[in-house]
Ligand binder design. Structure first.
Ligand SMILES: Cc1cc2nc3c(=O)[nH]c(=O)nc-3n(C[C@H](O)[C@H](O)[C@H](O)COP(=O)(O)OP(=O)(O)OC[C@H]3O[C@@H](n4cnc5c(N)ncnc54)[C@H](O)[C@@H]3O)c2cc1C
Length: 417
């Protein structure tokens, strides 16, 4: 079913009875050419680009829950390309370009909104670091503008400019950064993949990975055995558990990240604002809720909910940056499971099992990566070659220590990135 203005008008005038489910609900076949484990943003975009860019359509995406039920529907929706290090810089730049044409490509409204993102800085040293980052962004062909304190005040008049602990010195403005409606991104890719012939199988948990003579043979699922010569593990926070089904150990710890949303308010916050010093960031959804979050809860866990100490920390940081936020009622909070690597950068690579590939280690930044991750993982699975914009993101850097991409400069500790 295509979407266009005429159809919306017709359906609106005839009781909206003509809409149909936008992807099928097929029974799993006994064999596919390719199985993707995980129907999150990355798994669905991988399936879509395998079909669209490489003409491979005998594919199943196996999802244990429902489409959009994982992190792809739990994040705070920030999309940006403001990375510093070679490897990350070109990858996220590629991703942002795909975001900018995604809705036309999928014919699906993902509410991508390039409302601009401002990273605040609070010291001379931080200003230097952000200038350097901004130069790197411009060299990469992306956009960055260094704002002084008055420049920030013009865009974000509601900040507390009298905060003496963290005085606002300025900000790095990234106008093409912004947000998108997270679950619509999953639905758009699911619909696009389904239209190209991909089977999306929900409520089907992978419980084992069959390996014989070092080669992948298929998967065991709650709905029976499914054979395939190529299998992609794309399960975000469950990466180490699913990799263990094939006897693999991966350098990932799973940690909880929480987010919060307030009651709907009139339009106030036009940008995405990041207050790294205080571990707090903020945007306003199209429904009017203030959406904000902070750092990881500081213990490893597979629970999809967080705890009170981090909640308190986030509220305090929010109050110190935007005192008016204290007037808004928080309606909901939730948590998601983050697949944290030791250097904070992701992995798209083959594994030591022939035909078994992994896309993981997105830490808390994988939403913005959804298009490029699928693009590069599809390239790898179709051609058995690393894509040039993700070529540095292999397991090898953790074996040798060469080529680590520690964007935050926090050292090799999973939960500090
Ligand atoms: C609170 C929060 C805020 C965030 N904010 C941002 C942000 O602003 N910007 C940003 O870029 N990123 C953000 N992220 C990170 C981002 O959401 C994730 O990195 C990204 O969504 C992970 O990839 P995914 O969409 O494929 O994961 P998921 O949606 O989690 O997909 C993985 C899927 O695998 C399935 N699965 C797991 N095990 C099995 C199995 N055995 N069998 C079958 N299926 C299985 C799961 O059910 C799940 O649906 C945030 C995350 C959270 C939790």
């Amino acid at each position: 079913m295509g979407y266009n203005a005429f159809q919306i008008l017709k359906e609106g005038l005839t009781g909206n009875k003509g809409w149909r489910p936008v992807w099928r609900d097929p029974e799993p076949k006994s064999e596919y050419d390719i199985i993707i484990i995980g129907g999150g943003g990355h798994g669905l975009s991988t399936a879509y680009y395998l079909a669209k860019n490489h003409g491979l359509t005998n594919i199943a995406v196996i999802e244990k829950g429902y489409i959009g039920g994982g992190n792809v529907g739990r994040n705070t929706t920030i999309v940006r390309a403001n990375y510093l290090l070679p490897g990350n810089s070109e990858f996220y730049s590629h991703s942002l370009k795909l975001w900018e044409s995604m809705e036309q490509d999928l014919n699906y409204n993902a509410m991508h909104s390039a409302r601009g993102l401002i990273n605040l800085f609070h010291s001379d040293g931080q200003r230097d670091a952000f200038s350097r980052r901004g130069n790197m962004m411009c060299n990469q062909g992306d956009d960055a503008i260094l704002l002084d304190r008055e420049g920030v005040r013009k865009h974000l008049p509601y900040l507390d400019f009298e905060n003496h602990r963290f005085p606002v010195y300025g900000g790095l403005y990234h106008p093409r950064g912004g947000t998108a409606r997270h679950d619509a991104v999953a639905w758009g890719y699911a619909r696009g993949a389904d239209q190209l012939g991909v089977d999306i199988i929900q409520q089907c948990e992978v419980t084992g990975i069959d390996v014989h003579d070092g080669k992948v043979q298929g998967v065991q699922t709650s709905r029976g055995t499914i054979r395939a010569k190529r299998v992609g593990i794309v399960v975000a926070g469950r990466s180490s558990q699913v990799a263990a089904m094939a006897g693999l150990e991966v350098p990932i710890e799973s940690h909880i990240l929480q987010a919060f949303v307030t009651e709907g308010l009139k339009p106030t916050v036009d940008h995405v604002v990041s207050f790294g010093m205080g571990h707090f960031y903020l945007s306003q959804s199209d429904k009017g809720g203030l959406v904000f979050g902070g750092d990881l809860d500081f213990y490893a866990s597979y629970a999809q909910r967080g705890n009170l100490p981090m909640m308190e920390h986030v509220m305090e940081a929010g109050m110190s940056l935007v005192p008016a936020i204290g007037k808004a009622k928080v309606l909901r909070s939730w948590g998601g499971i983050m697949d944290m690597t030791p250097d904070g950068s992701f992995i798209i690579d083959r594994t030591s099992v022939d035909g078994l590939y992994m896309d993981c280690g997105w830490c808390y930044g994988g939403f913005k990566a959804v298009p490029a991750s699928g693009w590069c993982m599809a390239h790898l699975m179709a051609e058995d070659k690393l894509h040039e914009v993700a070529a540095k993101h292999t397991f090898e850097r953790f074996r040798t220590g060469h080529g680590l991409m520690d964007e935050e400069g926090t050292g090799s500790q999973h939960n500090l990135h």
